[in-house]
Design a protein around this ligand. Sequence first.
Ligand SMILES: Nc1ncnc2c1ncn2[C@@H]1O[C@H](COP(=O)(O)OP(=O)(O)O)[C@@H](O)[C@H]1O
Ligand SMILES: Nc1ccn([C@@H]2O[C@H](COP(=O)(O)OP(=O)(O)O)[C@@H](O)[C@H]2O)c(=O)n1
Ligand SMILES: [Mg+2]
Length: 213
Amino acid sequence: MRTADASSKAVEFSLAEKKPKVVFVLGGPGSGKGTQCANIVQHFGYTHFSAGDLLRAERDSGSENGNMIQNMMNEGKIVPSEVTIKLLEKAMLESGNDKFLIDGFPRNEENRAAFEAVTKIEPEFVLFFRCTEEEMERRILNRNQGRDDDNIETIRKRFKVFLESSLPVIEYYKAKGRVREIDASKSIEEVFEAVKVIFTPKAEEVKKCCVIL
Ligand SMILES: Nc1ncnc2c1ncn2[C@@H]1O[C@H](COP(=O)(O)OP(=O)(O)O)[C@@H](O)[C@H]1O
Ligand SMILES: Nc1ccn([C@@H]2O[C@H](COP(=O)(O)OP(=O)(O)O)[C@@H](O)[C@H]2O)c(=O)n1
Ligand SMILES: [Mg+2]
């Protein structure tokens, strides 16, 4: 039997076997990724994994990587892919679902290339929440989740990492026609209206349209 602790070879085989559907959810810190993923889960049957949440849980579990993760997060830096991908694989394999929202990943080229090499999974599409820095900063400073990295000094570092390392990943998928971009500066409800259009199967849109007619 393949377990979560199985060798990476077996895990790779198992994920390839299951061929899960993956949507990457990207956007700057505070753009609303987690908020909208919770809405998508309720309406569209996906399972949501936030790379940041998985890393924080790993840090808090007393793992040998705990200090490294904490130090990277405090600097707004991106944890080596090996660590994050193992956590994502384990979570996906244990979930039993076959549709995943992967939030805050891939955050740099190393994340992207390593995930593809290890899992052989290509995302269905990339949901990109575009938001101004001014608005993201305001949201993070009001977030009140007790996160050490939600302070102005670290926020500025995270914005820089987003521009330098994460935007190129979005550009990579844009060139492949896989990015679905949303104006995330609007209210939570307005953003979700735009999200719903993207996740609603085309046939259902036609059905709705026919009922109205
Ligand atoms: N569209 C929005 N308008 C105003 N506040 C929002 C919006 N989306 C999310 N928020 C709030 O902003 C903060 C950051 O949202 P979050 O979903 O944690 O973003 P991310 O995961 O991208 O960092 C949270 O406190 C959330 O309640
Ligand atoms: N793929 C990822 C995602 C997050 N992280 C780390 O986790 C931190 C918080 O990520 P997050 O996704 O929870 O943050 P938000 O964008 O939700 O504010 C990042 O600043 C990184 O230090 C990472 O190293 N690699
Ligand atoms: Mg988040």
